[in-house]
Design a protein around this ligand. Structure first.
Ligand SMILES: *[C@@H]1O[C@H](CO)[C@@H](O)[C@H](O)[C@H]1NC(C)=O
Ligand SMILES: *[C@@H]1O[C@H](CO)[C@@H](O)[C@H](O)[C@H]1NC(C)=O
Ligand SMILES: *[C@@H]1O[C@H](CO)[C@@H](O)[C@H](O)[C@H]1NC(C)=O
Ligand SMILES: *[C@@H]1O[C@H](CO)[C@@H](O)[C@H](O)[C@H]1NC(C)=O
Ligand SMILES: *[C@@H]1O[C@H](CO)[C@@H](O)[C@H](O)[C@H]1NC(C)=O
Ligand SMILES: *[C@@H]1O[C@H](CO)[C@@H](O)[C@H](O)[C@H]1NC(C)=O
Length: 643
């Protein structure tokens, strides 16, 4: 059996001595060498490490010792890609270029193939030019690099595009500038360590004469915190305070409507979210209130700096139960503080809004007052998946939970609070409201989403996150005039929907075959009738619709989004498909006698094979793992061709 040492392969190292400043990078970002610190960085199957000047301090000081170091977790024979355990993945540490203090640290679990690369990209984008970045692989963390590998290559990495699934890699570089050290082991199990001399910058922190105090507070904040986007970008800083955005035609609809942002420790997300919110036309800063569960200093300092009101509510417990109670406290606070508000808008810290967000709300909020069959307005589109959202002016209604950037009336909030338990049987608050508090009422939501849930939690289901949320289009326009919002009122909706369904072309055959949806889909309505039964608590049976919904490319994970058993699928800007589940749907009677129901449980074997094969969608979101066969020899050849 080979010993560990015989399995060790060649370590490829590059330092500044070998590597010129990558072309295209401006030289004024070069670090002035007046003081230097020594840095060690390592990457291995047993973890990772970073030491600055050999000292052992916390984040606030000028050096750093890794918070997480592992013992060898995998016996060598078992060293293969696996789901990352807590702390494993790609580590990103950002150092202050003036004193080498750690100003940001996060581990991205890139042993997962899905979604987390987008979070890495989001963070890399928001590191200001001039910062020093340290990347390492802790145990394993390259399988999920995906598109982020290209971004790293653009930032100057030579190895990022060529890393094997189990590669160990370290990279220290200046954002927008040069590599200081880059090392890799493509195959094998050795720990490797890079020692380097880090030159520090002696450029003074920027000051601007216009508003000394505020700007000084900004740069003081940025001295200790990174990944803040334009807030801490010394070259093109975000204006502080930002100019107030333009007002809207229906601005008065938003008067006295509080915008409640729920937040905690993730101040990087919060800054971005608030920035999109406060710059969206119609935003009114003094209506915005951030309600903190956890309120660590970096968050409260940020909110003071950008002059956004905040308050704190008590939280206790763990995990989802803690969140469940937190949201109750938030609802209580809103009921107490804004008893007479016409409505309240809620937004989470990791949800960015479209520039049209307030315009959308200003045109739809009145519905909550006028139509007792609606309990919420969602900014998020329950059905606005990629390839299924076209018309920015169209608003839909359906049975759905409150979703990312939503409005409720105060009377609904009080109603929910009156039954909100301490120990629920469902501890996800929005789902609990859906099941226990909405009593058949629906929400209005846009065909094209006005919000994007971009934050990644460790608990996120990465595949869902990528296939549903990350790929969902966010409307980038503003001032969209919505089409006849009065059509959303229940009686009008029923009438128009019945009309549309009864005049639609009936589709037959197998909804999973490639020719099911007609290609001449111009200006057309289609309808498909399928078997759908009611289960306990009045929910439709998911087994009967899941494959159908998947095949036609609409939201299939749950029944949410349908209106009384009718799912509206926008196939193109002009073509709409109505899926009517019978006998569950109150629209079942519209089915012509000659049309039979498509029933997943009775279709013949060969038809079911077509469903199972899902020819239309099966190629989407397929794993493609790169660089499996990359070797040192190949890599050297590739690199020598470019150098
Ligand atoms: C670094 O600090 C940690 C925690 O305080 C301590 O356990 C460890 O022994 C220290 N290491 C060195 C090299 O001083
Ligand atoms: C400067 O900042 C202070 C403190 O935040 C603020 O009160 C003042 O309005 C600002 N002045 C200008 C001209 O922006
Ligand atoms: C903060 O809230 C107070 C009280 O509601 C309000 O008067 C003030 O305008 C708000 N300030 C900002 C910056 O939103
Ligand atoms: C929306 O309608 C208003 C007034 O009815 C009009 O001034 C505006 O140009 C319209 N906006 C768009 C994007 O069509
Ligand atoms: C009915 O069809 C019209 C015309 O295509 C469309 O604008 C409207 O949104 C549809 N209404 C419903 C409830 O589906
Ligand atoms: C749901 O539908 C499937 C397929 O028709 C059927 O096998 C199952 O028994 C149904 N479940 C319930 C709870 O009705």
């Amino acid at each position: 059996m080979p010993t560990l040492t015989t399995r060790v392969r060649k370590l490829i190292t590059l330092t500044t001595i070998l590597l010129a400043t990558p072309p295209g990078f401006s030289s004024d970002l070069e670090l002035k060498v007046d003081s230097r610190v020594t840095v060690s960085v390592w990457s291995s199957f047993s973890g990772w490490g970073l030491e600055v000047d050999g000292c052992n301090n916390t984040q606030q000081q000028a050096c750093y010792n890794p918070i997480a170091r592992y013992n060898l977790l995998l016996p060598p024979e078992d060293a293969h890609p696996h789901n990352p355990r807590d702390g494993e993945g790609l580590t990103l540490t950002v150092l202050n270029q003036r004193n080498a203090a750690v100003v940001f640290h996060k581990v991205f679990p890139l042993g997962y193939y899905w979604a987390h690369y987008a979070d890495l990209q989001w963070h890399l984008d928001r590191v200001a030019p001039g910062r020093i970045l340290v990347l390492t692989v802790a145990v394993s963390g390259t399988v999920g690099l995906r598109q982020a590998a290209h971004q790293l290559a653009r930032l100057g990495s030579l190895f990022a595009l060529h890393l094997t699934p189990m590669a160990h890699w370290t990279w220290v570089f200046v954002k927008g500038g040069r590599t200081i050290s880059e090392t890799v082991i493509l195959q094998g199990l050795a720990q490797h360590q890079a020692h380097l001399i880090l030159p520090l910058s002696d450029l003074p922190t920027p000051t601007t004469p216009s508003n000394q105090t505020l700007q000084q507070q900004r740069w003081h904040y940025c001295h200790r915190h990174a990944v803040m986007g334009g807030l801490c970008d010394e070259h093109t800083p975000d204006p502080l305070p930002p100019p107030p955005p333009p007002t809207l035609l229906h601005q008065s609809a938003l008067a006295d409507v509080p915008v409640v942002v729920t937040a905690g420790a993730r101040h990087h997300y919060l800054y971005h979210t608030l920035n999109t919110l406060l710059t969206a036309p119609g935003a009114q800063r003094n209506n915005v209130l951030v309600v903190l569960g956890d309120a660590p200093q970096p968050t409260t300092q940020l909110l003071r700096l950008i002059n956004v009101n905040f308050t704190k509510v008590p939280v206790h417990g763990e995990g989802n139960l803690k969140l469940f109670r937190y949201y109750r406290s938030v609802f209580q606070l809103v009921a107490r503080t804004f008893p007479d508000a016409p409505a309240a808008i809620f937004l989470d810290e990791d949800v960015e809004v479209s520039p049209d967000f307030f315009s959308f709300m200003s045109q739809t909020l009145w519905l909550l007052r006028e139509d007792p069959t609606l309990y919420c307005i969602n900014g998020f589109s329950a059905t606005g998946l990629k390839g299924r959202a076209f018309n920015p002016s169209r608003v839909l209604r359906g049975s759905v939970q409150v979703e990312w950037g939503y409005a409720l009336t105060l009377s609904f909030i009080r109603e929910v609070l009156s039954i909100w338990p301490d120990k629920p049987n469902i501890n996800i608050y929005d789902y609990w409201i859906y099941i226990h508090a909405r009593h058949g009422r629906e929400c209005a939501y846009p065909e094209m989403s006005r919000t994007l849930h971009y934050g990644m939690g460790m608990n996120s289901n990465a595949w869902n996150e990528e296939s549903i949320f990350l790929s969902m289009p966010l409307l980038r326009e503003s001032y969209v005039n919505l089409t006849r919002t009065s059509d959303l009122q229940m009686n009008n909706w029923r009438r128009k929907l019945s009309y549309n369904i009864s005049h639609a072309t009936v589709l037959r055959g197998n909804p999973c075959s490639t020719n099911f949806i007609p290609s001449d889909d111009i200006n057309n309505h289609y309808v498909f009738y399928y078997r759908l039964d009611s289960m306990e608590a009045g929910h439709p049976n998911v087994t009967q619709f899941f494959q159908l919904f998947t095949c036609v490319g609409t939201w299939s994970v749950s029944e949410q989004g349908h209106h009384e058993g009718v799912s509206i699928v926008t196939l193109s800007a002009r073509a709409t498909l109505y899926l009517v589940g019978s006998p569950y749907s109150s629209y079942s009677h519209l089915r012509p006698r000659s049309v039979s129901l498509w029933d997943i449980s009775t279709i013949p074997e060969e038809e079911f094979a077509v469903v199972d094969n899902n020819e239309i969608n099966k190629h989407q979101f397929k794993k493609k793992i790169r660089n499996i066969d990359m070797t040192e020899e190949k890599l050297m050849k590739i690199l020598s061709m470019h150098m």
